[in-house]
Each structure stands twice: as C-alpha cells, then as structure tokens.
Design a binder for this molecule. Structure first.
Ligand SMILES: [Cu+2]
Length: 131
C-alpha cells in the first residue's frame, strides 16, 4: 500500500503541474478527505482496481471475524487479516454473500473464507467457521 500511495501522490503531482482545469478537478476529487479516509477502505479498493484490472476477478482467501451480517443486502462485514494475493492490509469491509452463506455465520464468529475480488466488489465463494 505504501507503493500505491506513492504512485498516487506522483500522479496527483503530475496532474497539478498541468494547466488544464479538468486535470485539476480530477486531482481535487481524488484528494478529498473522503477519498483519503482509511474507513472501510472503499477508496483503497478503487485505487487497487486500476492496477488489478481483471474483469474475471482475482480469487483470494482470508481469515477474519464477522462484524455484522445484512441478509437483505446480501452482505457480510468481516474484519479480515492481510490478503497477500491482493496486497491488502488488514481491514474491515463488506463482502457480497448468498442467503445460504449468510445463514451459516453470525457476528463475533471467526471464519475462514474465499472470495472473488473484482475491484470494489468482492464476492464470497465459500465461508466456514475457523477450525
Ligand atoms: Cu479489505
């Protein structure tokens, strides 16, 4: 992530040195407090999206603790450890999940899971209580 942040900084500096107002607008948008927030790391995942531009998605596995489940939204929020395959740091974030998957877990539970990462969309392919 440090490398990505550095690259982003270089890109922003390059954009700021240009005189076109459209580049400045893009740079300002990227530099907004919301984009820099570490919370949920939505911006981080979108930044990663530009470097892992794989429409089929990247399979990965992780372990973590279920923070919450949202059956209606089809979502499980997991505080997961680092994911080497995606160069992710540990973080808390939401994963798309099926109704059946959601019924197998509950908040506070330690889980091992596999998922498919497609930029900001991450879909659980299997999930089970940690052994
Ligand atoms: Cu994450």
């Amino acid at each position: 992530m440090k490398l990505l942040t550095s690259l982003l900084t270089v890109a922003l500096l390059a954009a700021c040195s240009q005189e076109t107002s459209s580049a400045d607008t893009a740079a300002n948008a990227a530099a907004s407090p919301e984009a820099q927030s570490m919370d949920m790391s939505e911006a981080e995942h979108q930044a990663m999206d530009s470097t892992t531009d794989d429409a089929a998605g990247t399979p990965a596995a992780a372990s973590g603790t279920v923070e919450s489940v949202d059956a209606e939204a089809g979502k499980i929020v997991i505080a997961h450890g680092a994911v080497d395959a995606l160069e992710w740091p540990a973080m808390t974030m939401g994963f798309s999940a099926t109704h059946e998957q959601i019924q197998t877990v509950q908040p506070g539970q330690r889980v091992d899971f596999e998922f498919l990462s497609q930029g900001s969309k991450n879909t659980i392919t299997s999930i089970a209580p940690a052994q």
